[in-house]
Design a protein around this ligand. Structure first.
Ligand code: CP
Ligand code: NVA
Length: 305
């Protein structure tokens, strides 16, 4: 049986709980014995690529990596034919794609294959699992359920990372505030999707002011102002987002917050060196938990077979 991990919002509360549990459970080393995993990168990656390779190897699986130069997704051949081809050697295909809609096409063309979203223009669910584990370590001794009631402010451009993070946190009863200027904020559809998890006690608040966003926050999160594919808008984005930099003045307005960033960071743009390298920064714990997150997702997929 195949399993899909495409968006936090499409993964049930129970399945997410199992992924969080498996992320930090003891590894035997044969969980993916004789399992082929193909990693496809239509965009650059350091952390996701490194943690994915390492996780498959630790679980005893066989991993192959393909970059877009090699396969030309929807260019050299269709995404459907790429999926059908890789399915001959891999029961799991993990992909970073430019267009989120590619996943539905690949799944439809290869329904017995499990797919993992390693970042799309819309979501970044494996990052959100790592962020939850990082926050749970800090605030609740590793118990993700202990994040209920914690307030996390996201400041800057509301991105793929923001959507997945907010959905995951609200599903655990946390309070999320997103501070972004007009044009860079979550849209109505995003709010509806994220709020679909609010039965677990979490809340979502949007504001156009960075200082309003961080008031009372125990954690501040930010991401690049210029996500992959938006390079042509770089100059305008730097102007529009300049009041949303995570710097020491903004941090001082919060409640002794910890600092998170998915990386890569653009030091001096969305965040200053002083904040990123401060004692409050959990960024290297997040990077470490990217591997935990992949271990959890891969093991959860294997459980279904
Ligand atoms: N955070 C993250 O996904 O990093 P990479 O783009 O380097 O994989
Ligand atoms: N929002 C960023 C995340 C990078 C990990 C991007 O899409 O480029």
């Amino acid at each position: 049986m195949s399993r899909q991990f495409i968006a936090i919002a499409e993964t049930s509360h129970e399945d997410l709980a199992e992924i969080y549990r498996l992320a930090t459970a003891v590894v035997r080393g044969d969980e993916l014995k004789d399992v082929g995993v193909s990693l496809v990168f239509e965009r650059p990656s350091l952390r996701t690529r490194a943690s994915s390779i390492s996780s498959v190897q630790r679980l005893g699986g066989n991993v192959a990596v393909f970059t877009n130069d090699e396969i030309g997704l929807d260019d050299r051949e269709s995404a459907e034919d790429v999926a059908r081809t890789l399915a001959q050697t891999s029961s799991i295909i993990a992909a970073r794609v430019k267009n989120h809609g590619v996943f539905a096409r690949m799944i439809a063309s290869s329904p017995s294959t499990s797919f993992i979203n390693l970042l799309s223009n819309e979501t970044h669910p494996t990052q959100a699992v790592a962020d939850v584990l990082t926050l749970a370590d800090h605030f609740a001794g590793g118990n993700v359920q202990g994040l209920a009631g914690v307030t996390v402010a996201y400041v800057g451009d509301a991105t793929n990372v923001t959507r997945s993070l907010a959905t995951a946190l609200i599903g655990l009863g946390a309070h999320v505030v997103v501070g972004a200027p007009d044009g860079y904020q979550l849209n109505e559809q995003d709010v509806a999707t994220i709020s679909s998890r609010s039965q677990f006690g979490g809340t979502l608040r949007l504001t156009n002011f960075a200082f309003d966003a961080v008031e009372g926050a125990q954690a501040i999160y930010t991401d690049s102002w210029i996500s992959m594919g938006l390079e042509a808008e770089a100059e305008q984005r730097r102007l529009d987002l300049s009041a949303f930099q995570v710097n020491s003045q903004l941090v001082a307005a919060a409640d002794s917050p910890v600092i998170l960033h998915c990386l890569p960071a653009h030091r001096g743009e969305e965040i200053t060196d002083e904040v990123l390298d401060s004692e409050a920064s959990l960024i290297w714990n997040e990077v470490r938990h990217r591997t935990s997150a992949m271990l959890g997702v891969l093991r959860w997929m294997k459980e279904s077979k």
